[in-house]
Design a protein around this ligand. Structure first.
Ligand code: CP
Length: 304
C-alpha cells in the first residue's frame, strides 16, 4: 500500500495487521533509526486527528512540519497539488491531509511519491478514525463477526459513517443506521432502526456529531437529544456489555446526554487514546513495512 486514502483500498489482512501493530506499539519500546519529517496539512479544524498524528509521529522519531493554512501560500492561490509537491520537494517522508473537498487526493495520488494519509476528506472518508474505531471494538469484543453496530445521527454528512459502516460490514458485523430521515444517505444500503430499537439490540452504539458546518441551517439541541440522541433513560435499556462510541468532538446534550459522555460504557476517551497507536501503526506500515522511506540519518530515537 503506497497511500492510505479510502478504507476500500485496505485489505482485510492489512486491517488486521494494522490492529496487531497498534497493539504491539502500545506496549513496546522500539528504537527507530530516523530523522525524517512528516507534514500535517489541515485545511479544516481538528483537535484529535491533528494532535494524535503529531504525538504518533514524535513517538516514532519523526519531526513534524507544522503547516498553518492562514500563513501559507494557499492564501496566494497555490493549489493543493503544488503545496504537497513542495512539501515532497523539501524532503518530507509522508504527508497527512485533511481537506473539505471529497476525494481531494485524486489530484495528488498519481504524481506524489511520498505516502499520503487521509485525515478526512469532506463527506468522503476518515480512514484512521475508522481504524481506531475498529481497534476499540476489537479490544472490547475480540471479533467483528455477528456484532450488531448501530451508527446513529447525521449519516449523510459524516465521513465516519461511510468508512465505518462499509468496513464493519466487510469484517462480518451487522450494521444498521438510526437518525432523522432528512439525514439518511440513500447511497449507503443499510437498514434504519429507531433509537429505541438501537439501544435495546446493539452491541456498539456509535453516535455521530451533527455536522453543522455542512448544513445550510444549524440544527440540533435538546429536541434532537429527545428524539434521536442517547438520553439517560435510553442508556438504561442498553444490553449489559454494550458500549457507546463517538468520534468526537461531542455536542454534549445533543447527540448524548452530558452525564453519559464519561459513563462506564462510554469508550469515547479510549477511542482517542487508541488513535495514537493506530496512527503510529499506519505510519509504520507505510514508511517501514514495504512502503517507501525517505529516512536520511541513522540517529536513534526511542518510543516512550
Ligand atoms: N474525530 C475527529 O476527527 O476529531 P477532530 O475533528 O478533532 O480531528
Amino acid at each position: 500500500m503506497q497511500h492510505l486514502l479510502k478504507m476500500s483500498d485496505v485489505t482485510e489482512l492489512e486491517i488486521y495487521n494494522i490492529l496487531k501493530s497498534a497493539k504491539e506499539l502500545q506496549s513496546t519500546t522500539i528504537p527507530f533509526n530516523t530523522q525524517g519529517f512528516i507534514a500535517n496539512l489541515f485545511f479544516e479544524p481538528s483537535t484529535r486527528t491533528k494532535l494524535s498524528f503529531e504525538v504518533a509521529e514524535k513517538k516514532l522519531g519523526y519531526e513534524t512540519i507544522d503547516f498553518t493554512l492562514e500563513s501559507s501560500s494557499v492564501q496566494k492561490g497555490e493549489s493543493l497539488y503544488d503545496t504537497v509537491r513542495t512539501i515532497e520537494s523539501l524532503g518530507a517522508s509522508a504527508v497527512v491531509i485533511r481537506h473539505p473537498e471529497d476525494n481531494y487526493f485524486e489530484a495528488l495520488k498519481t504524481n506524489i511519491q511520498i505516502p499520503i494519509i487521509n485525515g478526512g476528506d469532506g463527506k468522503g472518508e476518515h480512514p484512521t478514525q475508522c481504524l481506531l474505531d475498529l481497534y476499540t471494538i476489537y479490544e472490547e469484543f475480540g471479533t467483528f463477526t455477528g456484532l450488531k453496530v448501530v451508527i446513529a445521527g447525521d449519516i449523510r454528512h459524516s465521513r465516519v459513517a461511510r468508512s465505518n459502516a462499509l468496513t464493519l460490514q466487510r469484517l462480518g458485523a451487522n450494521v444498521a443506521f438510526s437518525g432523522p430521515s432528512e439525514w439518511q444517505d440513500n447511497n449507503l444500503q443499510f437498514p434504519y432502526v429507531s433509537m429505541g430499537e438501537a439501544v435495546s439490540t446493539c452491541d456498539v452504539l456509535m453516535l455521530l456529531r451533527i455536522q453543522n458546518e455542512r448544513h445550510d441551517a444549524e440544527l440540533g439541541g435538546s429536541d434532537y437529544l429527545t428524539q434521536y440522541g442517547l438520553t439517560v433513560e435510553r442508556e438504561k435499556k442498553m444490553k449489559e456489555k454494550s458500549i457507546i462510541m463517538h468520534p468526537a468532538p461531542v455536542n454534549r446534550g445533543v447527540e448524548i446526554a452530558d452525564e453519559l459522555v464519561e459513563c462506564s460504557r462510554s469508550r469515547i476517551f479510549q477511542q482517542m487514546k487508541n488513535g495514537v497507536f493506530i496512527r503510529m501503526a499506519v505510519i509504520h506500515m507505510l514508511l517501514h513495512k514495504g512502503g517507501v522511506s525517505n529516512e536520511t540519518t541513522t540517529k536513534k530515537r526511542s518510543l516512550i
